[in-house]
Structure formats: structure tokens, C-alpha cells
Design a protein around this ligand. Structure first.
Ligand code: ADP
Ligand code: ZN
Ligand code: ZN
Length: 825
């Protein structure tokens, strides 16, 4: 029996539900009363112990999942609300659960906001006051509820269900059921009020003061002139210390016009701005837009890759495509990596479509805000939802288009809690299920999309030039081995020091990018650039501290491969040139900050990393300060790569590209090339030309070469060939199983037993491990992992999370399953 099979067989029918009750994660089964019609996705009220709780119908069947005939199966009490979710919604959720091998319950929890099932949000409304059907009421309970509703008919919004329940108790369920059958009442999910657009009077100067008017009036007009000939009426009154009637008088005399204009909430504040108008498109943009519009018009679930550097006009294409979607009364979903870092993007959408049309949804909203925004999506009104990864589950019922900006960004993948889904994968399913096009934009397309393009599974659209044909800043590569040879032991090369000095001289601004992961793990030689690599796999070895006291872990610092478990003791000197400067590499922001202050005592710095931006408004504050010119140099990590558009930045420095290149991960090359290109793109966005200086110990690395020429295509092709040969994704597929425990021996045993068990299963897969994770211990938990590698058709044979938990069978060991992991650490 499939999940969506609505059975009509007479006899008992059962429904499997998830209940809204903390601590109950299992699916429960209830009997469906004979006279009740149910659909998957309906919100129900069910008995649980001696309480009534909210539930969602997940599966309807004519056989109960409970084998034991002795077990009493209770009946559901009521259908609270039916059909509020888009039709394919539950299919999307169950497909996500299935693919990511996670229980449906956990997937649903990821998708739905808290409190959705709370009955106090549902109201009962009389459908038609004097309906003749009221004469057909038979049961006492139905009559009681009906009378009660009649008494309160003054309340046009209807009565809160919970209130009726409180007053009428056990009669409510049965009574409402009969009334619903007679079509006398309906249940509605209470919806919050949509913010109404705010308007303001704007005064525009149309005639300069002349001798016809008084000195006082001239004074007012002069002030208006100083405001650029345009400002809000209230502000003008304030500035000119005058009254509305004086201003009205000026309009009557034909010196100004007063008109209403929408006031928008931009950057968190209210602004009165001219609504942003669609731009006349360049031929490339127009070509892209036309293809997308065709797919929208034909309900074609095509997948598009919109490839163009930052500033090439991708967002303008999204905006115009979305405008068409809104005109036809449908909605658009825009997925972005991180809202906090891209306020300008949401501002642009608001300026184009108005506040009332744009909903922003992300994890930094409070529970209440999330719930309200979520319900606004259920209204079915045409709207734009901009949100981070979980918005891929936004319950928009009349979707016309999905846009995913910066599709290559890793934050589209969920780490925890499970399911570890990738929003791009889910968006692709959603596009299929709802028959809407999906537009994925990037300056540096992911290997997945390059592969899909090769397989002709997507339509490639290119915006090859920046708007206004501004050149990309030239990228200079500095070989750090030469610096070392020349006796410069600083982490800043002479070239980069010189460029910073010039930048300070010219009173310009710059960005210094540092790759610092909490655990940058490769080991390299500062004299010759040699990097310790696995003799069997195409990855660098990871440095391990001697912390884990179990049998498989050497007692001293050692290097280990995460793919084949090859292990060697950390050498004392470089195996290639014997230099003693052979160690584990790292240059944190603080260290760079010290070095800079030493070299340039007067330099004004802003440090931008996870230490200084912990607070949610801190990102924006620091960037606003920098934009306002309070510092010369912004020194930061990865976070700098995201949507940071500061026109006056002329210099971008990369302290060490190597931290990105030398990963114990097959994706390192791809990620390095993407990140470096994104970083480079921060320079020269304004009037002044920009330049980029990239320091590295391996200038010959193909990723560096590709970045320097701004052409990743060829590099990505080689990258894909290498991966295909080794059956790495995207051709092959991987699943990573993590195990962790406070007890080192327990988790090691469990991991080895599980790996042993999996090996005995007859599947066409490779099993790598069990191995200790790179960070073998986090927060007192010891971590192990098992990596499965196979061709995609094998995925359904991979044990689900529930099965793994059963196999491990130890409460002391936590199990996580990550399908399509982005990092293998
Ligand atoms: P991207 O999303 O690729 O970074 P944008 O759409 O943000 O590019 O465009 C970059 C800049 O150029 C923006 O300021 C945008 O308003 C402007 N722009 C985009 N398209 C056009 C156009 N056809 N004519 C004029 N300006 C444009
Ligand atoms: Zn060396
Ligand atoms: Zn190896």
C-alpha cells in the first residue's frame, strides 16, 4: 500500500498520523469513523491517553499497521482542517524522508513551524446562516454545537475550536462532524493580518521660487530644493518649521505637487522610495528571461542554470521572471544561502514588488514570526517568499516559479538535525511535482549542475559580462615559497604589503581573506610547498592530535587518510627537501591582525569572523560600519564571500589559498575554486578599478590557474572526469554514517560491528571504515564514521536511520546518517 492510496474498501479504515506531542516521535494509528472523509495532510484531533492532541494524517489504508488483534485502536475525534496544504506537499515530505533515510516525523518537524497543530489557531465558521440544512440535524450533540454557534454568530471570524470544546466538552467532536457533513460549518486556520502597504505624502518641486510668492514661501521652497527637490511632506514641515496648509498653498499656486508614495521597510527601517522599476534588459538577459518565461507559461518543470559572475544581472532576470508570475496570480519561491548576509537582496525585492507582496522566512525569526509568515503563505494569495534552505518546504499552494540563488553554496545543505537534506535536491523534486520551472543561478556552478548539463538535464543560460561591461579585477598570484627563500617570513608577501600601503595612501578600502576552518588539517612544507598526501587516494592526509586512547589510535601525532584509513606518524622534517618547517598549517584572523598592526601601526581594521559576528545583527553592523568608511581593511573568513557588495573596495587579498586546496576531501578543488572566485569578485565593484592578490605555496595547482583566468569550465570538466573515474559524486553517490559516544571503546566497537555487518550485506557498494573522524573528539564525545560509496540505484538498499539505530542497539551511541555528504571529515 502506497502512502497516497485512498482506499474505498468498506470495512475499517485506518489512518497513520504524527501527533503534536513532545516526546512522541512514532507514527500512531487510529481508526477512521465510517462517516468521516479524510485526506492525507488533513489536520486532526485525536485522543492520546486522556487528552486530545493535534495530528496530521500521513497515510490512509484499510489495514492497520498493528498486527496484535488485542490492541484496541482508537478512533480519531475530528478532522480539524482539511486541504490547507498544497496537493503535492506530503509527497514532497515523504520523498525527502525516504531519500535521506530519515523517519517521516523528523522530516515533518523540519518542514513545519512550531505550534501549527495547536487547535487554538483553528476557527469554526457557520457557512450559511439560514441554511435549510439546519432542519436536518439529527443528533443532540450536533444541535448543541449548532445552537452554540448561532448564539455567537455575531462573531464573523468564527469561534476558536478549543473554546467550543471547553464549553461543550465531549459533544464537540461528534457534533461538529455532523454539521460538517451537512455542510453547515467550515474550519479555517486563523490567518494573521498581512501588513498593509503604508503610504506617505511626497512633495516634489516643479517650479523654482520667483517674485510671485512671499519670502516665507520662498524659504520653504529653497529648503525643498536643498533636499534634491523632493522629500516627504512631514519631513518638509519639520525642516522648514511650517505647517501642512502652507505647503498646500504652494501646491495650489503650482510650485509643487504632492503625491502619495508607498513607504517601504528597507534594511529594517521605513523608507519612502521610488518603487524600483524593471530595467531594460541587455540582449543576454533578455534571451535568458524569454526562455524562463516560456517554461513558466507552459508549466514546464525545466531546470535552468543561469551562469553569470556577480554583477552580470542575474537578480534582474529573477525579478522580471517573478513579476510575470505575480501578474498571473501565482507565487514565487526564492531560495538564498543566508538572509542575514544579503539584506540588500530582500530590499531589492521589496523595492520592486512592495512590502505586502514579499515574505521573508528564515531561521532567525522568532517562533511566532515564523508561524505567522508560514500561515501567510497558506493564504493562497500571490506572493514572493524569500528564504533560506528550509523555505524549500514553504507551503505556497499556487507556485509558479522556484529560484535558487548561489546554488553552489554549502549552506543549502542541512547538517543537523536530520534529515541532512540539500535544498537544491528537494527544490528539483518540488519543481517536478508542481510542474514549475526551477532557475538556479551561480557565478561558479556546482559539480552537480555541471554534470547535469553534460547529461543534458538542464537548460544552460549564460550572462557572460558584467552590466556596463566592467572588467573583472586582475588576479595576481604570489608564490609564497619565493618569499620564504628571500627571507620574508611574514605571512604577508612583499607584494601584498605594498598593495596595502598603496591602498592606505589612496584612502581606499580593502578586504583580506583568510581561510580558517576550526580544524585546518593538512600538513605542508613552508620551504618547498610539499603537502602530505595519501599514497592510495587523491586527497591530502589529515593531521590528528594524539587524543584518543583506543587501540587503533597511535599515541603520537599522526596523519591519516579518511578514505582508506592509511596512517603514518607525523614526520619531523619535509620528506621532499628535509626542511624542518614541515608542519600543520594555520593562520587565524587574530594572527593576521597582529601582523598587520605591526606593519601598519595606523591601519584601521575590522575583524569579521565567527568570533566577532556571533550576534545576529553583528554581521550587518560590521558591514555597515565598513561601508561607512570606519575602517581601511576588513579581515575575515569564509563569511566574506557571501553577497558582500561594497563598491569602494579596490583591493582583495587572499592570505593563503592553500588552506582551501589541501583538504582531506575529494571536493576540495571545486570548493577552493568557487570560494576564491567569489572572494575575487568583491573587488572593483565601484568606480575605481580593483585588484586581487592571492598568496599560495602551490601556484601550479589547476584550481589556482582556473581562478586566475576566471574560467572554471575547463577545470570543472577535468574535475568531473577524475571523479567519474573514481565513482565519486555526482556520478556515484555516498552516504556517511556518523557514530558518537562519550565512551571511546563503546563507539569504536559499535562502529566496527556496524561496518562488519554492512560488509556482509550483498550490495554493490564500497564500504570505507569504520574510521575515527578527523576531529576524533568533540564536546567529550568520541566520533567514528563509515562511508558508503555506490552508484545511485543502490541508495534504497542503504539502511534507514531507524534500522541503523536498531543495528547499533546501544543507547550510549548516537547515530547520524548523511546522504550526499558535502564534507568527509
Ligand atoms: P547579479 O545578480 O548577477 O549580481 P544584478 O542583477 O544585481 O546582478 O545586477 C548588477 C547591477 O546592475 C545592479 O545594480 C542592477 O540593478 C544593475 N542592472 C542589472 N540589469 C541591468 C540592466 N539591464 N540595465 C541596467 N542596469 C542593470
Ligand atoms: Zn619541503
Ligand atoms: Zn587513502
Amino acid at each position: 500500500m502506497t502512502l497516497f492510496d485512498l482506499s474505498n474498501i468498506s470495512g475499517n479504515r485506518y489512518v497513520t498520523v504524527i501527533v503534536d506531542c513532545i516526546g512522541i516521535d512514532d507514527l500512531l494509528t487510529y481508526r477512521i469513523p465510517e462517516d468521516v472523509e479524510l485526506q492525507v495532510g488533513d489536520i486532526l484531533s485525536v485522543p492520546l491517553g486522556n487528552r486530545q492532541v493535534g495530528a496530521i494524517a500521513l497515510q490512509i489504508s484499510d489495514t492497520s499497521a498493528i498486527d496484535d488483534p488485542e490492541t484496541e485502536i482508537k478512533e480519531i475525534s475530528a478532522v480539524v482542517s482539511s486541504g490547507i496544504f498544497p496537493k503535492t506537499y506530503w509527497e514532497l515530505l515523504t520523498r525527502t524522508a525516504e531519500y535521506y533515510r530519515t523517519p517521516v516525523m523528523q522530516t515533518v518537524k523540519t518542514a513545519l513551524p512550531p505550534k501549527l497543530l495547536d487547535q487554538s489557531h483553528y476557527r469554526i465558521k457557520i457557512k450559511q446562516l439560514d441554511s435549510p440544512a439546519a432542519n436536518l440535524i439529527v443528533a443532540k450533540s450536533a444541535q448543541m454545537v449548532w445552537d452554540f454557534l448561532q448564539e455567537h454568530k455575531g462573531n464573523s471570524k468564527g469561534l476558536i475550536r478549543r473554546y467550543i470544546q471547553q464549553k461543550l466538552g465531549r459533544y464537540t467532536g461528534a457534533g461538529l462532524r455532523e454539521l460538517q457533513k451537512l455542510d453547515l460549518v467550515e474550519t479555517v486556520l486563523e490567518l494573521p493580518n498581512r501588513p498593509q502597504p503604508k503610504y506617505e505624502d511626497i512633495v516634489v518641486l516643479i517650479k523654482v521660487p520667483d517674485s510671485e510668492i512671499t519670502a516665507r514661501q520662498t524659504e520653504v521652497l529653497t529648503i525643498l530644493q536643498h533636499q534634491g527637490g523632493e522629500c516627504s511632506k512631514s519631513q518638509l514641515c519639520k525642516l522648514a518649521k511650517t505647517s501642512a496648509s502652507v505647503i498646500q498653498n504652494l501646491e495650489n499656486k503650482g510650485y509643487i505637487v504632492i503625491s502619495k508614495r508607498e513607504s517601504l521597510r528597507l534594511g529594517g527601517k521605513s523608507h519612502t522610495v521610488i518603487r524600483d522599476r524593471p530595467k531594460a534588459l541587455t540582449p543576454d538577459q533578455d534571451l535568458a528571461l524569454q526562455q524562463i518565461l516560456k517554461a513558466i507559461a507552459n508549466n514546464n518543470p525545466s531546470h535552468f542554470l543561469l551562469h553569470g559572475v556577480t554583477g552580470s544581472g542575474k537578480t534582474e532576470v529573477y525579478l522580471q521572471a517573478i513579476a510575470t508570475v505575480l501578474e498571473t496570480g501565482k507565487s514565487a519561491l526564492v531560495l538564498v544561502p543566508e538572509i542575514g548576509l544579503t539584506p540588500q537582496l530582500t530590499d531589492r525585492f521589496r523595492a520592486r514588488f512592495g512590502d505586502a507582496k514579499v515574505n521573508v522566512y528564515h531561521s532567525q525569526l522568532s517562533d511566532g514570526e515564523r508561524f505567522d509568515t508560514w500561515r501567510l503563505m497558506l493564504t493562497g494569495e500571490s506572493q514572493v517568499v524569500i528564504g533560506t534552505r528550509s523555505s524549500v518546504f514553504a507551503p505556497l499552494s499556487n507556485l509558479g516559479l522556484i529560484v535558487m540563488d548561489e546554488e553552489h553554496d554549502n549552506s543549502f545543505k542541512q547538517d543537523q538535525p536530520q534529515p541532512c537534506y540539500h535544498a537544491r535536491t528537494v527544490a528539483q523534486w518540488r519543481s517536478q511535482l508542481e510542474q514549475v520551472p526551477l532557475v538556479m543561478g551561480s557565478a561558479t556552478p556546482s559539480a552537480e549542475l555541471v554534470f547535469a548539463q553534460k547529461q543534458q538535464e538542464l537548460i544552460y543560460l549564460e550572462l557572460p559580462n558584467r552590466i556596463g561591461n566592467r572588467a573583472m579585477p586582475p588576479i595576481e598570484i604570489v608564490d609564497m615559497r619565493d618569499e620564504f627563500k628571500a627571507g620574508n617570513y611574514s605571512i604577508l608577501s612583499r607584494k601584498l604589503q605594498g598593495a596595502i600601503a598603496e591602498m592606505l595612501e589612496a584612502k581606499q578600502q580593502g578586504i583580506l581573506f583568510i581561510h580558517r576552518r576550526g580544524y585546518s588539517t593538512f600538513v605542508s612544507c613552508r620551504s618547498c610547498g610539499y603537502v602530505a598526501e595519501c599514497p592510495h587516494c587523491d586527497v591530502s592526509l589529515s593531521y590528528h592530535d594524539p587524543i584518543s586512547p583506543t587501540a587503533h589510535q597511535p599515541k603520537s601525532a599522526h596523519l591519516r587518510c579518511h578514505y582508506c584509513n592509511y596512517t603514518q606518524i607525523q614526520p619531523k622534517s619535509c620528506p621532499q627537501c628535509n626542511s624542518p618547517y614541515f608542519k600543520y598549517f594555520g593562520s587565524g584572523t587574530q594572527k593576521v591582525e597582529q601582523e598587520l598592526s605591526k606593519l601598519f601601526p595606523n591601519i584601521r581594521l575590522i575583524r569579521f569572523d565567527s568570533d566577532t559576528t556571533r550576534n545576529k545583527d553583528q554581521h550587518r553592523l560590521l558591514i555597515d560600519q565598513f561601508r561607512a568608511g570606519t575602517a581601511d581593511l576588513l579581515v575575515g573568513t569564509q563569511m566574506l564571500t557571501k553577497g558582500l557588495d561594497i563598491p569602494q573596495v579596490t583591493l582583495v587579498g587572499v592570505v593563503s589559498a592553500d588552506g582551501l586546496l589541501n583538504f582531506s576531501d575529494y571536493r576540495a578543488g571545486e570548493r577552493a575554486a568557487q570560494t576564491l572566485l567569489q572572494v575575487a569578485g568583491r573587488a572593483g565593484r565601484g568606480e575605481e578599478d580593483g585588484k586581487v592578490i592571492m598568496q599560495t605555496y602551490t601556484p601550479e595547482h589547476p584550481a589556482i590557474q582556473a581562478v586566475q583566468s576566471y574560467r572554471l569550465e575547463e577545470f570543472m570538466q577535468t574535475e568531473l572526469e577524475m571523479r567519474e573515474a573514481l565513482r565519486y559524486p555526482p556520478k556515484g553517490q555516498m552516504v556517511l554514517i556518523h557514530l558518537s559516544s562519550e565512551n571511546a571503546q563503546t563507539v569504536e566497537n559499535s562502529a566496527n560491528e556496524l561496518a562488519e555487518y554492512l560488509r556482509q550485506l550483498e550490495n554493490d557498494w564500497e564500504i570505507l571504515g569504520a574510521t575515527p573522524a578527523t576531529i576524533a573528539k568533540v564536546a567529550n564525545r568520541y566520533r567514528w564514521q563509515i562511508l558508503l560509496k555506490f552508484m545511485p540505484d543502490v541508495l534504497p538498499n542503504v539502511p534507514s536511520l531507524e534500522e541503523l539505530r536498531m543495528l547499533v542497539n546501544s543507547k550510549a551511541v548516537r547515530v547520524v546518517i548523511d546522504v550526499d555528504p558535502l564534507t568527509i571529515l
